[in-house]
Design a protein around this ligand. Sequence first.
Ligand code: HEC
Length: 205
Amino acid sequence: MRRYLLGGLLLLWACSSPERTRDTGIEYAPQMYHSIPLEPYSQLAYNPYLPKGMNAQAPVEGTVARGKMDYYYPYPNTPEGYEQAGKELKNPLPYTIENIKEGKRLYMHFCVYCHGPKGMADGILVQKGKFPPPPIKFPERKDLPEGKMFHVITYGKGLMGSHASQLTPKQRWQIIQYIRILQLGTDDPKKGLQMLQDSLKVQTQ
Ligand code: HEC
């Protein structure tokens, strides 16, 4: 009986000291347990393992990420690139009511503040005197090629900044479709598409 009592007391003692049980003892190769994470976009220290000491590496020059082929844009941000894009670059999207409606939605988000709801360079920033009126009224510049528009949305021009980080290439082309509709003198996508189709019919007759 006495033996059991002793055993029970010993067991109680073993369980009663949490401080002692938390101690893991000597750690072998502690870096295997506590890794030093290298965050790709928040670099605090020089990274000795990668070129130039950077965590995030720039893509190899001339490569295009898989599935991002439409981001490949061969025209440089120069006056020559602008002219060349105007000559060669065509809108790859068909004119559909969905594309034009989406173009309008995006235009009202990103462009209307300066260019105005009908493209007459009278957006709210211009009206409040916060920004000089853009020197272009879209309905008066029907000759402006779509390729030049794409170039300007991508790189910016003069006081207008680049919108490449906000809009995918597809969205840029959708906005350009809506600008074409504004140039026909309407802001109604359905009416505009009808007018566009009618004008094409006249041209091909
Ligand atoms: C902060 C004001 C501002 C915003 C926002 C803005 N633009 Fe502009 N935009 C300008 C100015 C200023 C110019 C004139 C640039 C120049 O010729 O110096 C311009 C010029 C243009 C031109 C004519 C380019 C040419 O070849 O002459 C197009 C097309 C255009 N913008 C489209 C857009 C579209 C599409 C958006 C929305 C995605 C947009 N802009 C947003 C200010 C703005």
